[in-house]
Design a protein around this ligand. Structure first.
Ligand SMILES: NC(=O)c1ccc[n+]([C@@H]2O[C@H](COP(=O)([O-])OP(=O)(O)OC[C@H]3O[C@@H](n4cnc5c(N)ncnc54)[C@H](O)[C@@H]3O)[C@@H](O)[C@H]2O)c1
Length: 320
């Protein structure tokens, strides 16, 4: 069985990856629990509480065949005000430290999270070969990952370095992210408490909402791919988009509750992304990825698995 390290393994995407793949790989989840929760992980997934910026913590893992680097400062608002310096340091240092550790330990393939935020308000559908100009510091860190990964692979071609531009990911295990969680979680937490979800603007803004199980599928396809990949990046999305108004309607159905959204003027003045619609043909043709989870089914499943007692901060209308 192949060995794999998942940094940020107790977080939202990381824990879903570990739990789904625990019988396929011998997995070690490394997480400093900044936004992760040990309880997100199945008890039989090996867990190390540690920092991916810290070589001593990485060395506790032992050699692995693959690395999935998800640790880092995982959303744009975390870089605001006091978070600016620490946000950059945590993301860039954890990436470089883990990359270097992986190569020195003979890792064959290093996969990492980039982001669709890189596209800003580019023309749609969003394609990997578009020129990108990040609108916020969070997206800049991911652009750094992509460039650093490409340079690194030129010097050390023996380790593939593969980035994923995830679209808007939703699904279970987001409670520990609190106010940094996806809008679907935020809305669901509000509606579960019979509160109106708060929409910025008129609710026509749209995202390519992608179920975390499909995200895990895409990443797994990259690890399982035969032959060299080199350094490359792939969108992971569904190729379809839904508006926030449609999300509220789907949640109303799933909860069987008639709660209307509350509309307020959009307080985000700069860098607000109006729409997101991915072109997924590259990952389909190269890795054989196909989205499988229909939005209505994914939302229903999420509603059935909410764990309100685990929400780290109360839901708020910040950062939408
Ligand atoms: N969720 C999305 O929609 C989405 C979209 C695009 C990209 N991403 C990226 O995917 C990755 C995973 O996202 P997520 O939604 O699961 O976020 P998350 O915050 O739940 O996961 C990140 C995990 O990393 C841990 N962590 C942070 N810094 C660490 C460090 N230095 N050492 C060890 N652990 C550390 C946190 O405790 C957390 O558990 C992130 O890099 C994020 O930027 C997420």
């Amino acid at each position: 069985m192949k060995k794999i390290l998942v940094t940020g393994g107790a977080g939202f995407i990381g824990s879903n990856f570990c739990n789904i793949n625990k019988d396929l790989y011998e997995i070690t989840a490394l997480d400093n629990l900044f936004l992760g929760d040990r309880d997100n992980l199945d008890p039989d997934v090996r867990f190390i509480e540690g920092n991916a910026c810290n070589l001593k913590d990485l060395e506790k893992v032992g050699p692995v065949d693959y690395v999935l680097h998800l640790a880092g400062t995982s959303s744009a608002p975390m870089f605001m005000n006091e978070g600016f310096v620490d946000g950059y340091v945590n993301s860039v240092e954890s990436f470089c430290r883990t990359l270097e550790w992986a190569r020195k330990n003979g890792t064959k393939r290093f996969c990492y999270a980039s982001t669709s935020s890189l596209y800003g308000n580019n023309p749609m559908p969003l394609m990997e070969n578009q020129h990108v100009r990040p609108l916020n510091h969070y997206a800049v860190t991911k652009e750094v990952y992509e460039h650093a990964g490409e340079c690194y692979n030129r010097v050390y071609p023996e380790m593939d370095i593969v980035g994923f531009r995830f679209m808007s990911v939703y699904g279970p295990n987001e409670e520990a992210k609190g106010k940094f969680a996806n809008i679907i979680s935020q809305f669901a937490w509000d509606m579960q408490r019979d509160l109106s979800p708060i929409i910025y603007g008129d609710g026509t803004q749209f995202r390519d909402f992608t179920n975390v199980r499909d995200v895990v599928q895409g990443i797994t396809k990259a690890f399982e791919h035969e032959g060299q990949i080199g350094a490359d990046v792939f969108n992971i999305g569904t190729g379809e988009s839904s508006s926030l108004n449609e999300i509220v309607e789907a949640l109303k159905k799933a909860f069987e509750k008639d709660i209307e959204a509350k509309y307020i003027p959009n307080p985000v003045k700069e860098g607000y992304i109006k729409g997101q619609h991915a072109d997924i043909s590259k990952i389909q043709s190269t890795l054989g990825y196909e989205p499988t989870v229909k939005l209505a089914d994914g939302i229903k499943e999420q509603v059935e698995n909410l764990r309100p007692e685990k929400i780290r901060q109360t839901s708020s209308d910040d950062f939408r």
